[in-house]
Design a binder for this molecule. Structure first.
Ligand code: ADP
Ligand code: MG
Length: 449
């Protein structure tokens, strides 16, 4: 068994690290869930404990050994000189150190970063998210056999992180032996940078490539980061080829993520792409009811309807308002009423009902497409500029009360017929182009209207 473990470790580690740290370990015994290993000295012991005990334990589990405790002892001939007698607490064998891995349900060893508070049960599905919800459930029920990769995209606070974690938790409940890993793409990048700095790339690669399920949240952050995209590309291929489930989320459709490499984009399109739209009134209402119950807030029907109707479609924000109202009620020992809710949210509501400016629309659209506001206002006919420009014009008409000539003026002095033409074009396009209409909804969501 130990021989086999060594073979795996040798593959997983850089040869020098393997020779320095792992090779000198001598196998002593394996009894039940306890493995005893011997190392040459205290220094090696500490080093292994910090850097390799988890890997060793994982490797053992991977080859089928249920090991909860690893006991290291120091080979006798070296120990005395290294370990001064007086530094030891009484009662502890000076040459032994045991690393105890809490005998949790085995699954916990395989849940990397997963947030256990997110489940499908606590996700309200409605027309705005039912496609993503159904796809997520399908993946959770049959990982790597239905949709691979699953790509979920949608605006801020609409439940992407909740859904991917729910997938991971559901898979683990059904398959406690699977290795399920949740990472934001940012964390993936930071870990990569560290691994490069400390020459631990083998460990890094091995870690991700031995997962059964890899959940990468907010992948848009790695756009433009060449090295990270390359590494992620190889991780993706390796997992995909060995039929492991990959789930990726983003705030945009793959084609619209500026700076995302073509090869990654095309891989994201191999599987299923599901969007989450801003929730409609009914869904917001249902979410509020559920969250109120979870937080022990007594939410009368009229207040729930008022909240669902009058404010944000960002669920995270909605939750924040609810918590504020609940806190106010509890601090003042008064029940939640409509008057009270209006009072507590007064400032926010004024802010929300204020009319948008065309400048804000231009700015949000420009940011979304990673172009400059001046480019949106210009007359350049480049394809990458024309669509955002037309969308900005369309939204300016839809979300403000400016006239066509006034809009034209704010788009670098264009004729009103240019504006009318652009708006007609978008109106027509969204009739058949589901993706475009989802994009526009996304931008509206970012504008919080
Ligand atoms: P995102 O990752 O898309 O920005 P999150 O998943 O972090 O959004 O969701 C924000 C908050 O809203 C979380 O607390 C989440 O539980 C909640 N939430 C979002 N959508 C739903 C939903 N459909 N049902 C219940 N809670 C939701
Ligand atoms: Mg998120």
């Amino acid at each position: 068994l130990w021989q086999e473990t060594l073979v795996h470790l040798e593959q997983a580690l850089n040869p020098q690290h393997f020779t320095t740290w792992i090779k000198p370990i001598r196998f002593v015994s394996l009894k039940k869930d306890l493995i005893q290993l011997e190392v040459p000295n205290r220094f090696v012991l500490d080093w292994i404990r910090i850097h390799y005990s988890q890997l060793i334990q994982e490797t053992l589990s991977n080859i089928g050994a249920v090991v909860y405790r690893i006991q290291f002892s120091i080979a006798t001939q070296n120990s005395d000189s290294i370990l001064p007698e007086n530094k030891l607490s009484p009662g502890i064998n000076k040459n032994q150190q045991e690393i105890k891995i809490e005998p949790q349900p085995r699954s916990c060893n395989y849940a990397f970063n997963l947030n256990s508070k997110y489940s499908f049960d606590e996700f309200v599905s409605g027309s705005s998210n039912q496609f993503a919800y159904a796809a997520a459930m399908a993946v959770a029920n049959n990982p790597a056999t239905t949709y691979n990769p699953l790509f979920i995209y949608g605006g801020v606070g609409l439940g992407k992180t909740h859904l991917v974690n729910a997938i991971g938790n559901a898979i683990l409940r059904k398959n406690p032996d699977m290795k399920v890993c949740y990472y934001t793409s940012e964390k993936f990048m930071n870990e990569l940078i560290n691994s490069l700095r400390y020459a631990k790339m083998d460990e890094f690669r091995n870690k991700f490539r031995t997962m059964d399920v890899l959940l990468i949240d907010d992948v848009q952050f790695i756009a433009g980061k060449e090295r990270t995209q390359e590494e992620f590309f190889h991780t993706f291929n390796s997992l995909y080829e060995s039929h492991k489930q990959i789930v990726v989320t983003s705030d945009k459709f793959p084609k619209e993520i500026p700076g995302l490499e073509e090869r990654l984009r095309s891989r994201f399109e191999w599987g299923l792409i599901a969007d989450i739209q801003a929730p409609d009134m009914e869904t917001k209402h249902a979410i509020l009811k559920m969250k109120a119950e979870q937080n022990g807030i007594n939410l009368p029907e009229d207040v729930a309807l008022f909240l669902a109707n009058s404010i944000s479609s960002n669920v995270r924000e909605l939750e924040g308002f609810l918590v504020r109202i609940g806190a106010f009620a509890s601090l003042t020992s008064t029940p939640v009423t409509l008057t009270m809710a209006r009072e507590v949210l007064k400032d926010i509501l004024v802010e929300k009902n204020r009319e948008l400016s065309i400048e804000e629309i231009q700015k949000v659209v420009a940011t979304y497409y990673n172009i400059k506001v001046s480019e949106i206002k210009s007359s350049r006919r480049l394809k990458v500029l024309v669509l955002p420009r037309q969308i900005a014009m369309y939204l300016s008409r839809q979300l403000t009360s400016y006239s066509y000539p006034e809009i034209g003026e704010r788009f670098g002095g264009k004729d009103h017929s240019t504006i009318i033409h652009a708006i007609k074009k978008i109106e027509k396009a969204i009739e058949n182009d589901y993706q475009l209409s989802a994009t526009i909804n996304n931008i509206k969501n970012a504008l919080a209207h």
